[in-house]
Each structure stands twice: as C-alpha cells, then as structure tokens.
Design a protein around this ligand. Structure first.
Ligand code: UDP
Length: 326
C-alpha cells in the first residue's frame, strides 16, 4: 500500500485508509476505491471494501493457523479492522506460480505458462519511481531491509504460497500470483501486514481459466465484484479449512574470520596443492547447520535464533554466520 500522510494520524492509501490509534494499534478502513495502472484508472465499486476485508481476514486467519504471524487483531465493523501498528517494510513481495502481468511483459513469457517452481520478486515501494522491481542485494545495500529479515520475509512468502495454493485448489481455483507486505513492530519483529484480497492476487477458475480477480477491472472483463464473490463463495463452500502447520528450514552458515588462522583450511589447502591444483591462495573451512523448525509462529523467533547463533552455534571472536531460510 503506497500511503501518503494526509493528516498526522491518518494515511490515505489508494484503496485503504489507515488511522493510527496508539503506538500499538491502527484502524484500517477498507474503502470501495479501486485503482490500476499506477493510479491511471480509478473507480469506486460499492461493496468492494467489505468484500476485500472479509476475504483478507479469512486468509489471515488461515495463515495464523498455519503458524504465520499477521497484523490482524480484530474485525471492528464490516469495513474496518484493528491491526498492529507496524513500520511497513519498503518492499512489496510478489510470489508467482504462473506467468502473468508484469512478469509476462518483462520477460516475454506467455500468460498462463506454469513456472518451474514458485518464486519471489521484490518491488521497491516508491511512487516517484513507479515501484520498480529490485534485486535483493540492492535492497540490502540500500539499507531498505537487512539481509536476515529479507530472507525471512522471502521464506514466509513461500510458506503463504504453500498454504494458499492448497486452499484455493480445494475451491477449484488456481492461484497465479499475489503481493504481500510485511511490517516490523518497535522491537523489530516481522508480521505479515496490509491486505490479501482479490485486489492483490490473481486467481483463475481451474476449469475455465476465467479471471476472478482485479484483472477484471484492469482489462475491463466485466462485473468486477462478481468475480471477487466467486472467490469468497468457493472458499466458503470448502467449509472449515485447517492448513498444515508450516515448517521452516534454517541454514546457518558459519565461516571463520579472515583474521584468524584456520588449521582445517590450511590442511585442505595443502591437499589441494599436492593434488596438482594450482592458483590457490587461501582455503578456509566453515560449517553449516541445518535446522528444521516445527513452529516459527512467534515473531520473536528470529531474535532467539540470532541469540542462539551468537551464544551457542558460533564463537563470535573467530567466526561469523549468515542465516538462510527455506
Ligand atoms: N500487485 C498488487 N499491488 C501492486 C502491484 C501488484 O497487489 O502495486 C499484485 C497484482 O495484483 C498481482 C501481483 O501483485 O497479483 C503481481 O503483479 P504484477 O507484478 O504482475 O503487476 P501488474 O500486472 O499488476 O502490473
């Protein structure tokens, strides 16, 4: 959501308004506004706010059950929720299963082509630059999001995708792609934020491939809200849905610092040189620790993991570590 402050405590987004209630809480108002093409196409669709809130809340509740922490605190009315007050990370996180939209335009891939595996793209939230695609190294180098948090966000986005592809397929729908936003609280803990609705995802009927999402508005494909309602009705039709708890695999890569001697590396270097491999200047041996985590739903989890890495898994005097998630 590209919010611009309008009054001190109210942020007017393209389709939502956020009111800051306290340090901890905000009210999010789901309006009937709809926009596309970077604001070039604007309209109002009566009932859309209520519909989006209902779907978004449903999806966030499913994610919470799967062990993915979200900003949602309570539904206040048909068009308002109370959510955690977070600093939204300045990147939009897009997960894709099937080529469509900007991916198809950028790479010339036919819409509808299944991708070899789901993957994540980041877009920097900058209205003046029109939210361009951004390389993850650039995100880190520009100080927009630190690497461990970016890695965590990416892994979370893929968890969300696993839950949603299963959920939507049970309703006879194909999840093509979707956009997520994440925020951090004052302690730096990461929560899934914003909304997840037919405004922010592409969903097709699995049989007919009819588009049920905001592409109906973007491309003038007919009654927009009717498509959104099909999505909601199909999910309602599944009845109670209990997602699988999402595991997370953590890869801790531990490297000896350059400044300290590394006997294992020295031995390996000699072995390599004795085997006739020239051109070697230095060899250092590190290690990786792969941890499969059953429950990563506590947002303080990353702090704990970092603490364990510093205090138990590494000797910070002589080693450094990086975290990877999948
Ligand atoms: N999306 C979004 N907000 C944005 C940009 C994209 O919710 O500001 C969603 C969009 O609905 C789609 C996915 O992210 O489900 C991928 O969008 P894409 O990059 O293909 O861009 P688009 O085709 O919307 O220009």
């Amino acid at each position: 959501m590209n919010d611009s402050p309008s009054t001190k405590n109210t942020y007017e987004g393209k389709a939502k308004t956020v009111e800051v209630l306290s340090d901890e809480k905000v009210r999010i108002i789901f309006t009937d506004r709809i926009s596309a093409g970077d604001g070039a196409k604007l309209d109002t669709i009566p009932g859309k706010g209520k519909m989006n809130l209902t779907l978004s809340n449903r999806l966030m509740e499913v994610l919470e059950e799967a062990g993915i922490p979200t900003h949602l605190l309570e539904r206040e009315s048909e068009t308002t929720i109370i959510a955690r007050n977070l600093r939204i990370l300045p990147v939009e996180v897009v997960v894709r299963n099937i080529a469509a939209g900007s991916f198809s335009r950028r790479y010339g891939v036919k819409e509808g082509e299944e991708l070899a595996q789901p993957f994540v793209e980041f877009f920097v939230k900058d209205d003046k630059l029109h939210d361009p695609l951004i390389d993850r190294d650039v995100v880190v180098q520009m100080g927009l999001v630190p690497r461990d948090k970016l890695e965590l966000v990416q892994a979370r986005a893929l968890q969300v995708n696993r839950v949603f592809t299963d959920y939507f397929s049970r309703g006879g729908m194909v999840l093509v792609d979707f956009k997520l936003e994440f925020g951090e609280d004052k302690e730096g803990h990461i929560w899934l934020a914003d909304e997840i609705s037919a405004d922010s995802m592409r969903v097709w009927d699995a049989q007919t491939m009819e588009k049920l999402d905001k592409d109906r508005f973007r491309k003038d494909l007919g009654d927009v809200l009717a498509g959104y309602k099909v999505i909601m009705d199909r999910l309602d039709g599944i009845g109670g849905y209990s997602p699988e708890k999402q595991r997370m695999e953590v890869v801790v890569t531990i490297e000896p610092k350059h400044s300290v001697t590394n006997p294992g590396g020295e031995v390996t270097k000699r072995t390599l040189l004795n085997s006739g491999m020239g051109g070697i200047k230095d060899v250092r041996l590190g290690k990786t620790v792969n941890i499969t985590v059953e429950d990563s739903s506590d947002p303080k989890w990353l702090d704990k993991l970092n603490q364990i890495c510093k205090e138990i898994l590494t000797n910070p005097m002589v080693e450094t570590y990086t975290l990877g998630f999948r």
